[in-house]
Ligand binder design. Structure first.
Ligand SMILES: [Zn+2]
Length: 408
């Protein structure tokens, strides 16, 4: 965001639609909604993006376990999620779904963006090697293993290899590092920025960006038949789809076909250079390293590749349930509805933004909610309001007086 442009755009994470949205999602969304309202009040033109990430293995498994197809399942999760945002008073500009074909065609946008990077030589065919669990039907990572066995199936995974498209992250990482070092506001808070910088300096390998053992994803048949797009590559692009990437790509295509063509201003060109991402800390690497590298590689501006790298990423902490991270296995996922019923939307918004220091983990429990609501809202603000009303009654004949000179 810059003062001169008076344009502000912000994104929540695109929430993974494998399960209903919970209070942690509501927290991120309230933060973005409140910042949007703040900038709008300052006279900025705002564009607030939220949405859902709907591809990948976990969605497929979650849908199957509930007896739905992946599309039916995400339709249901998203429909419930949108009702929740209505109840929370969230006023987004655009809700993007990574399975959507209209009004913006996310599939087509992803395929075109992928092809641009491929055509520029920064996506190549290689082999993905890893430990594959037949039960899970996926490659396992360190955190899926206990004593070398699949956590879920208690079986040893087998070493396997499959053809895979790779993105040259190693080529673009030094450019990203340079940008992050020169412009500290690109990753905040500072402690998170330092983590990202040291991870970048430790060295970065190329990223596997296609899968062949999964069908629930965006097909890349034009590039490699049988491959679908890696879910993170597709999900990050959801932000750009929502901002109108498709129209921008149309303009670039025309310019690349005829360099005398004058690129027309688009919604994407207007908002994207002022766009900030708000994310939870566990997905910061994707937003601050992989995503800028993708945007640089796709060359979205004929003169300045850096022009369409988003402004910055702000990482918030976790909303903890009595000091513990919400998790399905612990069974402490917080449903927002009891809090909305108890408090109403605005006091819940107030609690989350007031009690949780932005960037840090924050806790939610009934005692703290009662204290904040009684002390800040009922006593302090309530008293201020009552005294103001009494003064208007007593000193101004029950009418709001005209605005006087401002005291500094
Ligand atoms: Zn397994």
């Amino acid at each position: 965001m810059t003062e001169e442009a008076k344009v502000f755009s912000i994104t929540t994470p695109l929430y993974y639609a494998n399960a209903p949205f919970h209070l942690g999602h509501a927290y991120s969304t309230y933060v973005c909604d409140t910042l949007t309202r703040f900038y709008r009040a300052l006279g900025y033109e705002t564009y607030f993006i939220t949405g859902s990430d709907e591809h990948g293995e976990k969605i497929k498994q979650s849908a199957e376990s509930h007896g739905f197809s992946p599309q039916e399942w995400t339709d249901k999760v998203v429909e419930d999620g949108k009702k929740l945002w209505d109840r929370c008073g969230i006023e987004y500009s655009y809700f993007v779904r990574t399975t959507q074909r209209k009004p913006q065609d996310h599939y087509l946008d992803v395929q075109r963006f992928f092809k641009r990077i491929f055509d520029r030589g920064d996506i190549y065919l290689g082999a993905y090697e890893g430990l594959y669990c037949v039960g899970c039907e996926k490659y396992l990572t360190e955190k899926d293993l206990v004593d070398g066995k699949c956590l879920e199936h208690d079986t040893e995974p087998v070493a396997m290899s499959e053809p895979c498209l790779f993105f040259k992250l190693s080529k673009w990482a030094p450019v990203v590092l340079e940008m992050l070092e020169a412009e500290p506001e690109r990753v905040q808070p500072e402690s998170r920025r330092n983590e990202i910088l040291s991870k970048l300096k430790a060295g970065v390998v190329d990223l596997a960006v296609s899968r062949t053992k999964l069908d629930w994803g965006i097909p890349l048949d034009d590039i490699e038949p049988g491959h679908v797009c890696y879910v993170w590559f597709d999900a990050l692009l959801g932000y750009a789809t929502a901002a109108g990437l498709g129209n921008h790509l149309d303009e670039l295509d025309k310019f690349e076909a005829d360099p005398s063509y004058e690129i027309k201003p688009t919604r994407f060109a207007k908002f994207w250079p002022h766009c900030v991402h708000v994310t939870a800390k566990d997905i910061l690497w994707f937003h601050t390293v992989i995503w800028p590298a993708m945007l640089l590689a796709a060359e979205l501006d004929p003169v300045d590749r850096k022009k369409y790298v988003t402004t910055g990423t702000y990482s918030h902490g976790y909303l903890l349930e009595r000091g513990r991270k919400m998790s399905k296995s612990i069974g402490n996922i917080l449903d927002p509805y009891p809090y909305l019923d108890l408090l109403g939307s605005d006091p819940l918004r107030f609690y989350l933004l007031r009690e949780v220091a932005f960037g840090e983990d924050g806790s939610i429990n009934h005692e703290a909610i009662a204290e904040r609501t009684n002390a800040d809202l009922a006593n302090d603000l309530g008293n201020l309001l009552n005294r103001t009303l009494a003064m208007i009654e007593k000193d101004a004949g029950g009418m709001i007086p005209a605005e006087g000179p401002k005291n500094s």
